[in-house]
Design a protein around this ligand. Structure first.
Ligand code: PGA
Length: 248
């Protein structure tokens, strides 16, 4: 069956000292979570700290972004090959903040997904609609476009090593969570969409929910049949709330 997964997206947060303290707290609880996949996504600059603290635990770490190819004249960018050197196993692709603030379009996101696969990093593809799109009843259309554009680039087979996070944009950092029922509808839609391409991948792939997941709403979401875990932003910045979500 699908292993439950909780991923913490730290975004552009954390000091050197704060990151070390948070990593140590997570490390100290790691034995409680051997039946789950726990992954943290610190900023690039804190990845060596994650490697140092988490290397001998079951907890994984990954990056929030990457750029295409292995190396080259791309000032300010980091490649998948570099991330692998620091022990990353996962990378977030297409987070809504990348789509919005950094103008990452469907094509670039598909290319980034491919770059991750090429170096055997597991992509967590983030998809989700804005408030306006939901109000216009476009949720499924948007999710479909965001997933199919990647399948067209890399093929469904390459989703064997991927995870998808459904993150409605209106729920990210706003304190507004999708209800378990709303999230389940979107997750079931995603699984059905994948099943049209490959039944076995659709059954196996972990689908995470993201958007204001907190210690007090996680359990309700995790009860839903197609929700396999969470991608957590704000609540992953404190050990106590993050670990409570892992326990849920
Ligand atoms: P949030 O962020 O939990 O702070 O809403 C989730 C995310 O952006 O992945």
């Amino acid at each position: 069956m699908r292993k439950p997964m909780v991923a913490g997206n730290w975004k552009m947060n954390g000091t050197r000292e704060g990151a070390a303290v948070l990593l140590q707290a997570i490390k100290n609880s790691h034995q409680k979570f051997s039946d789950k996949e726990i992954v943290v996504f610190p900023s690039f600059i804190h990845l060596p700290l994650a490697e140092k603290e988490l290397s001998n635990t079951d907890i994984q770490w990954g990056a929030q972004n990457l750029y295409l190819g292995k190396s080259g004249a791309f000032t300010g960018e980091i490649s998948g090959a570099m991330l692998k050197e620091y022990g990353c196993r996962y990378v977030l692709i297409g987070h809504s903040e990348r789509r919005l603030h950094f103008h990452e379009d469907l094509n670039l996101i598909a290319e980034k997904f491919k770059s991750a696969i090429d170096v055997k990093l597991k992509p967590i593809l983030c998809v989700g609609e804005t408030k306006t799109q939901r109000e216009k009843n476009e949720t499924e259309k948007i999710i479909k476009e965001q997933i199919i554009s990647v399948i067209e680039k890399v093929g469904i087979k390459n989703f064997e090593e991927a995870v998808i996070a459904y993150e409605p944009v209106w729920a990210i950092g706003t304190g507004l969570t999708a209800t378990p029922a709303q999230a389940q509808i979107a997750h079931a839609f995603i699984r059905k969409l994948l099943a049209e391409q490959n039944e076995s991948i659709a059954t196996k792939i972990q689908l995470l929910y993201g958007g204001s997941v907190k210690a007090d709403n996680a359990a309700g979401l995790f009860l839903m049949p197609d929700i396999d875990g969470a991608l957590v932003g704000g609540a992953s910045l404190e050990a106590e709330s993050f670990l409570k979500i892992c326990e849920a």
